[in-house]
Write a protein that binds this ligand. Structure first.
Ligand code: 13P
Length: 280
C-alpha cells in the first residue's frame, strides 16, 4: 500500500466520520505496532510523525519500510510525516526516502523569510505528491531538545495567517493559540476565538501542536472549529516510560525483554485509542 499525503488521508478520515487526524510522534521502533493496533481498533487512518532526532536515530529507510509494511499488512491507510524541520536539505532527504508529508518550521524567521522558504519546500514536495505543513507564530515549550521560553511565545495574528496561506498555498498551517509542547504545569488556555477567526480567514487545514495535556473538552472544541491535524507526542512517551520503569524494576535480567515492553505498548495503544475517538 502506498503512503498517503495529508490531504488524501484527511479526506479518508472524513469519510470515516473523523473531523480531524491525530498525528502521533513515534519515539522508537518498538512502539510502532501500538500505533497500528490503535488505528485498527478505531477504524481510523493513521498519521505518524517523526522528529528529526528520531529520523537520525532510526534512519529514514527503516522507518519508510517498516511503516509501509505494517500499513499494508494491517490495511491501515497511513501518512508518514516529518515533524518540525528547518533544514531544507533534511526535508529533501525525507522526501527522497519516501515520506509522504513534511513540515517546514520557519516560525523563528520573519514572515517574509518564512513565506519564501515555505514556497521553496512546496516546490520540492509537489512533484512527489508530498504535503507540506508550515508554522506561523511561536508555540512554547520543549520539542525534540529545542525549547521556546514562555516569554518568546507569539500567538498567530489572524491577518498574518491569511497572508501566509494566500502567498504560499501551503497544505496545512500550524498556529499558536495557547498550547505548548511537552508537559503543562497548569491548564492549557486555548484561544478558541483566535482559532475561529483564523479558520474563517484561511480556509486551510489548521494544525494544533502540543496536544499532550489538552483537555478532552478543549480538544473537541478545537476540532469542531477548524483544527484538522492534532499533534500528540509527549503523552505516548510518558506512558511507555512509566510502564517500562515498573516492569523493568520487577523483572529479572534473563526475562525476555518482550515481557517488559508489551505492557508499555498496551498503554500507548490505550492513549492513542482515546485520542482517536476524540476526533470523531
Ligand atoms: P506534545 O509533545 O506536547 O504532545 O506536542 C507534540 C507536537 O506538537 C509535535 O510537533
Amino acid at each position: 500500500m502506498k503512503l498517503y499525503n495529508f490531504a488524501d488521508l484527511l479526506q479518508l478520515a472524513k469519510q470515516r466520520d473523523f473531523k480531524a487526524v491525530g498525528s502521533f510522534n513515534l519515539h522508537c521502533l518498538e512502539m510502532l505496532p501500538a500505533y497500528f493496533k490503535a488505528a485498527e481498533k478505531t477504524n481510523s487512518p493513521l498519521m505518524i510523525q517523526i522528529s528529526t532526532g528520531t529520523a537520525k536515530y532510526l534512519g529514514h529507510k527503516l522507518l519508510v519500510d517498516a511503516i509501509k509494511s505494517l500499513s499494508e499488512s494491517m490495511n491501515v491507510p497511513t501518512c508518514l510525516h516529518l515533524d518540525h524541520c528547518s533544514d531544507l536539505a533534511a526535508i529533501q532527504t525525507a522526501i527522497d526516502a519516501g515520506f509522504s508529508s513534511v513540515m517546514y518550521d520557519g516560525s523563528h524567521l520573519s514572515i517574509e523569510e518564512n513565506i519564501a522558504n515555505t514556497r521553496r519546500v512546496i516546490d520540492m514536495a509537489r512533484p512527489h505528491n508530498v504535503s507540506v505543513e508550515a508554522e506561523l507564530g511561536a508555540i512554547g515549550g520543549s520539542e525534540d531538545g529545542k525549547c521556546v521560553e514562555m516569554e518568546a511565545i507569539a500567538f498567530t495574528p489572524v491577518e498574518d495567517a491569511r497572508r501566509f496561506v494566500e502567498e504560499t498555498g501551503v497544505d496545512m498551517l500550524a498556529i499558536s493559540i495557547g498550547t505548548v509542547h511537552g508537559l503543562y504545569t497548569g491548564k492549557a488556555h486555548i484561544q478558541h476565538q483566535r482559532l475561529a477567526d483564523i479558520t474563517a480567514a484561511t480556509h486551510t487545514p489548521l494544525v494544533l501542536h502540543g496536544g499532550t495535556g489538552v483537555s478532552d473538552e478543549d480538544m473537541r472544541l478545537a476540532v469542531s472549529s477548524g483544527i484538522e491535524k492534532v499533534n500528540v507526542g509527549t503523552e505516548m512517551n510518558v506512558q511507555w516510560v512509566a510502564q517500562c520503569k515498573s516492569t523493568f524494576e520487577k523483572g529479572k535480567v534473563n526475562d525476555s525483554v518482550r515481557n517488559f515492553l508489551v505492557p508499555a505498548n498496551d498503554a500507548v495503544t490505550s492513549v492513542l485509542v482515546e485520542k482517536m475517538q476524540l476526533f470523531r
